[in-house]
Design a protein around this ligand. Structure first.
Ligand code: ZN
Length: 167
């Protein structure tokens, strides 16, 4: 019992960890807290599955589906990563990386609200919110769908997970 107590995380940490998932920015494979030293964030760790993305973490409430279509967006509303599924969805010829979020996505509720939620998440709010979004790029069939926006890291950014039900 004393040994168990020693390796058990401090109060609340176990629960918190169970709500966190790690994901690859490219193939969107999900994993639980990786083995090894839990105290060290896996900053810059390359995905063992595809070797093309890096592993970030987010709340499981934001992302719980393997292979999901998502964008990683910084607080200045620039896309710094997009999953394979998102690239397929948006079909931007040169890829999504580095593009302004609002050049590929709008919201029927107003882009101000969309931008505000992204900034909020990129500032560290991990609990996701759901917003209605619409594709801004003409190649994408228009139609309102939903996106979940929650914080991810690190470094801190917003994870915009597009609801694939509509696609
Ligand atoms: Zn991967």
């Amino acid at each position: 019992m004393t040994n168990l107590a020693r390796v058990s995380p401090a109060h609340g940490r176990a629960e918190q960890r169970s709500k966190v998932t790690h994901f690859c920015t490219h193939c969107a494979s999900l994993s639980n807290a990786p083995n090894g030293n839990a105290e060290r964030p896996h900053r810059g760790r390359v995905c063992p599955d595809c070797a093309l993305g890096v592993i970030l973490s987010c709340s499981r409430a934001t992302l719980d589906t393997e292979g999901a279509a998502f964008l990683v967006v910084t607080a200045d509303l620039r896309i710094t990563a997009a999953s394979e599924s998102a690239e397929r969805l948006f079909r931007v010829p040169d890829g999504l990386y580095g593009r302004p979020l609002l050049s590929v996505m709008t919201s029927p509720d107003g882009i101000g609200d969309l931008a505000r939620q992204v900034v909020r998440a990129a500032s560290g709010a991990r609990r996701p919110v759901t917003v209605e979004v619409d594709a801004a790029a003409s190649r994408v069939p228009r139609g309102v769908t939903r996106a979940r926006i929650g914080g991810c890291g690190s470094p801190p950014a917003a994870l915009v997970v597009i609801d694939s039900a509509a696609g």
